[in-house]
Design a protein around this ligand. Structure first.
Ligand SMILES: NC(=O)N[C@@H](CC(=O)O)C(=O)O
Ligand SMILES: [Zn+2]
Ligand SMILES: [Zn+2]
Length: 345
């Protein structure tokens, strides 16, 4: 039995670190990753290169001295984003990618894109300069069932957008469906991130036996057949699929509401959970591709040079049920099984 594995240091290609007291509380929980794509959905959002540079400085100040993490900044695409600012921020190394939120699709997406015609000049400039577009892929049409919004987005929005913009490199973020997996497999210049939690839960976790707000995120977890498709993709070793935890901390006071907000906070226990999932699937030898190689290759970066070690012990890893962020508590994702894999420092 394998009870010890070493990997190139993993990267997290979709991470929410927030700002202020929340940033101060959560940053150290992602400090063991190498690179992380930092999502720009702050309030107000990160829309210019100058704002991204200032946010990166706040993140670096919040990280422990020994942190491995190198924040990879993104800009929040709006109807009025300036193509020249995007290209300049990319060429000067301030940003790694641009994030597309359809307006109203998810947390802090009110300033997102309302009119796809208006962003075409930015998309063309990005295709030309080689800037990756990270996409929250859900339609916002209230007439579309929430469990279908990802699949409908592919047909109505993403495929037409990619056809209009040859050469644009696209990451479909946090895919949750078999349709998302199939679509990512089908095209060129296309990849998909998969979260930790969508490999573990299906929609029963949110709704069966009572409403469980800590399992509510967007895109919402789908039925079991979709979770199995995601596990197949993540453990396949295929270069198009890689880890983006979408670790999305919210205060419990905002989640435990009649209208609770979306997001699972998985940063503290992601690697032990993933080792468990990959071992379950007989794919521990492909964990490194998913966490440490495929994403870097898509972003045209070398793998991290140093390594981490995961050890399987007889006693489960302990991690806090909640962490403190200022006066607030933030609940850590509970995978529902004990974690025998531990990450060594
Ligand atoms: N995934 C989530 O449920 N929430 C994210 C936003 C997002 O990634 O869509 C957040 O910022 O809280
Ligand atoms: Zn999203
Ligand atoms: Zn996210």
């Amino acid at each position: 039995m394998t009870d010890r594995i070493t990997l190139c240091r993993p990267d997290d290609w979709h991470l929410h670190l927030r700002d202020g007291a929340m940033l101060a509380a959560v940053a150290r929980h992602s400090a063991g990753f190498g690179r992380a794509i930092i999502m720009p959905n702050l309030v107000p959002p990160v829309v210019t290169g100058a704002q991204a540079a200032a946010y990166r400085d706040r993140i670096l100040a919040a990280l422990p001295d020994a942190a491995a993490l190198q924040p990879q900044m993104t800009l929040y695409l709006t109807d009025t984003t300036d193509p020249a600012d995007v290209v300049a921020a990319f060429r000067s190394g301030i940003i790694r990618a641009v994030k597309l939120y359809p307006a109203g699709a998810t947390t802090n997406s009110a300033s997102g894109v309302t009119d796809f015609d208006r962003i075409q000049p930015v998309l063309d400039a990005m295709a030309e300069a080689g800037v990756t577009l990270c996409v929250h892929g859900e339609v916002t049409d209230q007439a579309v069932d929430i469990f279908d919004r990802e699949a409908v987005f592919i047909d109505r929005v993403l495929e037409p957008l990619r056809r209009r913009t040859p050469g644009l490199r696209v990451v479909m973020e946090h895919i949750t469906t078999a349709e998302g997996v199939a679509y990512v497999r089908s095209g060129s210049d296309l990849a998909g991130t998969i979260t930790t939690h969508h490999l573990v839960i299906n929609r029963n976790a949110i709704l069966a036996g009572g409403i469980r707000p800590h399992y509510y995120c967007l895109p919402v977890a789908k039925r079991e057949s979709h979770r199995l498709a995601l596990r197949d993709a993540a453990t396949s070793g295929e270069a198009r699929f890689f880890l983006g935890t979408d670790s999305a901390p919210h205060p419990d006071s905002a989640k435990l509401q009649p209208c609770g907000c979306a997001g699972c906070f998985t940063a503290p226990n992601t690697m032990p959970i993933l080792a468990h999932v990959f071992e379950d699937e007989g794919a521990l030898d492909r964990l490194e591709a998913f966490t440490s190689l495929n994403g870097a290759a898509f972003y045209r970066l070398p793998p991290n040079e140093d390594r981490i070690t995961l050890v399987k012990r007889d006693t489960p890893a302990t991690y806090p049920v909640q962490i403190k962020a200022g006066d607030e508590a933030v609940t850590v994702f509970d995978p529902g099984f004990p974690l025998f894999w531990h990450q060594e420092d």
